[in-house]
Design a protein around this ligand. Structure first.
Ligand SMILES: [Zn+2]
Length: 300
């Protein structure tokens, strides 16, 4: 009986030994990786969503140009830059019709594409009370020079929150690297119900859970407010091809880094699953051997 007890201990030790070894091999593998897997640009799909619709074009700029026009121009520049960089599956999403219907329709379209990342392009205005009147080209318009800068938003209700935050950070950092400053006014009390929590102060990423395009999309999703089109000074810069190219370059670099990190992460999870499968097989084989042995080797 005593021998049989030792035999069981030996078997348990054998099984346990097979497990830490896999964990050890994993950390050893991380210390000297063969070559980290990199992004397959041709297989990666980014969806660039043009905010609002022709029929309901969103905010109005200081000189009376619709936000939709700004969104469309910037989205086109981003799409072109991504395609030129080899992201040939990039898709620009243009939606038509009424606003609410448009929101759900763009989410449906994005979800059916099984995209790897979703970026919604918008341009910003200010709450009603900050708008001032002025005439431009003999026409009455409204403006506010109070705030300046872009901003990024993620929804904590998005099923890929961690990846959404990562993409927001990467994009914010790329914009920052090009000397573009994000606006901090969303943290101010004067923003009332439009006040937001700044979840990444370094990259300028805010939390906005209720945004339908960020909450209902099934892939990592970020919304970019390209800048304040109600700001008379900023509007013309935002409309310039130079600024659009600069933002497009930032998005492309962010997508590239995001794709790289996602590829590494996927490979890591795949390797983990493989090792777990192997460990399970080792245990299974050990058990099989035990129970198929004609007699206990220690009692022989
Ligand atoms: Zn908008």
């Amino acid at each position: 009986m005593a021998c049989n007890h030792h035999y069981k201990e030996f078997l348990v030790a054998l099984i346990l030994l097979s497990l830490p070894q896999t964990a050890w091999a994993q950390t050893q593998g991380a210390a000297s990786p063969p070559a980290p897997p990199s992004c397959n640009r041709a297989a990666f799909r980014a969806v660039i969503d043009v905010g609002h619709t022709l029929e309901e074009p969103g905010a109005m700029s200081a000189r009376g140009i619709t936000e939709y026009q700004f969104n469309l121009a910037l989205a086109k520049a981003i799409e072109q830059k991504l395609m030129a960089a080899g992201f040939s599956r990039t898709m620009m999403l243009v939606t038509s019709g009424p606003a609410m219907k448009g929101l759900f329709s763009r989410v449906r379209n994005a979800n059916t594409t099984q995209a790897d990342v979703f970026l919604s392009i918008h341009h910003d205005s200010v709450p009603e009370q900050f708008l001032e009147n002025w005439d431009h080209d003999g026409k009455p318009n409204r403006f506010s020079n109070r705030f300046t800068g872009h901003s990024l938003f993620v929804s904590f209700d998005n099923p890929e929150l961690k990846a959404s935050l990562l993409f927001g950070k990467l994009l914010g950092n790329q914009l920052k690297a090009r000397d573009l400053q994000y606006t901090r006014h969303y943290t101010e009390a004067i923003m009332g119900s439009r006040r937001r929590e700044l979840v990444d102060p370094d990259a300028g990423v805010y939390r906005y859970d209720k945004l339908i395009v960020l909450r209902e999309t099934t892939m990592p999703a970020v919304l970019l407010e390209g800048g304040m089109i109600v700001n008379r000074n900023d509007e013309q810069t935002l409309a310039s091809p130079e600024r659009q190219a600069l933002v497009a370059a930032a998005v492309t670099d962010a997508v590239d880094k995001f794709c790289d990190q996602r590829t590494v992460e996927k490979a890591r999870l795949l390797a983990l699953a493989k090792r777990a499968k192997k460990a399970a097989k080792t245990v299974k084989d050990a058990l099989k051997r035990t129970f198929s042995w004609p007699s206990n080797p220690f009692t022989r």
